[in-house]
Design a protein around this ligand. Structure first.
Ligand code: PBG
Length: 344
């Protein structure tokens, strides 16, 4: 890191003066575009003499909106097409919801910066007939829409009397289905709702005690070429170091646990002075067994903290849960396992 920074020092004179257009790759979804235009505006402010262009494209994830997300895995579904563009130099950087960016990136690409995080919590959004209700007071049998195994397992653990049902599509589509009465309530990321100006639909922010959020939720991750010091220096202007430390810890935790399979994993992080605290959780698919622990240490060792917490959880029962899920997948195939979990 120090070496790269030195290189930046004598590179920097050229950057503000270069005339080459910088191309930003983005998905076409409304949320992706709001996020990308925000990044474009911020970079334009920092580098007023440079030109920043947005290149929109569909990803595999955008094309199969009718298939429940949990069933198609998450390996770069929303990122691959953008990454190809950066690698072949038809784009210079890509803006992602950090949550959607795999923890292992393709050779030649890196996480160039992490922007300041919105509230990373999940939110409860309700149909109008439940205007007075909270998670704790929704009636037994209430139909809760979510397609995330993490949300499903944790909420099942605390609220076994709800019925869980898949929901797909972009945020607008999901809200329309909720309002039409297909669901009593939905669980969505608060950050996405806020960015799309649906902040007033956040009925309850779900506390960490009930549901830990996804790794990287609420932050943007900007991906770029490893060998591109000019772009890397430009991206440093958007790096928010406390968010970055938190997300490095969360991503190291996930990377260390996830043996290439989809498992309910949740986190929560806080920074206090120079210290970072990471709470991590692994759950069985049915939410019956949930292993959780907390680690605190120097924020600059964020990645090591994430790895250490993963090892601790493995020795406290998470390994058994992971082995069971892997064995099930081996026996029945991932699709069947996920079908059974999300269609009840
Ligand atoms: N899985 C899709 C996705 N990717 C990013 C967000 C919201 C914004 C964020 O978490 O940063 C969402 C929607 C959701 O989970 O409700």
């Amino acid at each position: 890191m120090r070496k790269i920074n030195n290189r930046f020092l004598y590179m920097s004179a050229n950057i503000a003066n270069s005339t080459q257009t910088i191309r930003i790759a983005s998905r076409k979804s409304q949320l992706a575009l709001v996020q990308t235009y925000w990044v474009q505006a911020q970079l334009q402010k920092h580098f007023p003499d440079r030109t920043f262009e947005v290149e929109m494209m569909s990803t595999q994830g955008d094309k199969i909106l009718d298939v429940p997300l949990a069933k198609i895995g998450d390996k770069g579904l929303f990122t691959k097409e953008l990454e190809v563009k950066i690698l072949d130099r038809s784009a210079d950087l890509a803006v992602h919801s950090l949550k959607d960016l795999p923890t292992n990136l393709p050779e030649g690409l890196m996480l160039g910066c992490v922007t300041e995080r919105e509230n990373p919590a999940d939110a409860l959004v309700v149909n109008a007939k439940h205007a007075g209700a909270q998670l704790e007071t929704l009636p037994p049998g209430a139909v809760i829409g979510t397609s995330s195994l993490r949300r499903l397992a944790q909420l099942r653990h605390h609220f076994p009397h709800f019925v869980f049902k898949d929901v797909r599509g972009n945020v607008n589509t999901r809200l329309a289905k909720l309002d039409a009465g297909e669901y009593d309530a939905l669980i969505l990321a608060a950050a996405g709702l806020q960015r799309l100006d649906f902040g007033d639909r956040i009925h309850q922010l779900i506390p960490a005690e009930l549901s830990l959020h996804a790794v990287g939720q609420g932050a943007l991750g900007i991906e770029c070429r490893t060998e591109d010091p000019e772009i890397l220096e430009i991206l440093q202007t958007l790096q928010h170091q406390p968010t970055a430390y938190r997300c490095y810890a969360e991503r190291a935790f996930l990377r260390e646990l996830e043996g290439g399979c989809q498992v309910p994993i949740g986190v929560n992080t806080t920074i206090d002075g120079d210290n970072l605290t990471l709470v991590g959780m692994v759950s069985s698919l049915d939410g019956q067994r949930l292993v959780t622990d907390t680690i605190t240490g120097a924020a600059i060792n964020a990645e090591q903290l994430g790895k250490d917490l993963a090892h601790r959880l493995r020795s406290q029962g998470a390994q058994t849960i992971l082995d069971e899920i892997f064995a099930l997948v081996e026996r029945d195939g991932l699709k069947k396992v996920l079908d059974e979990q999300t269609n009840s």
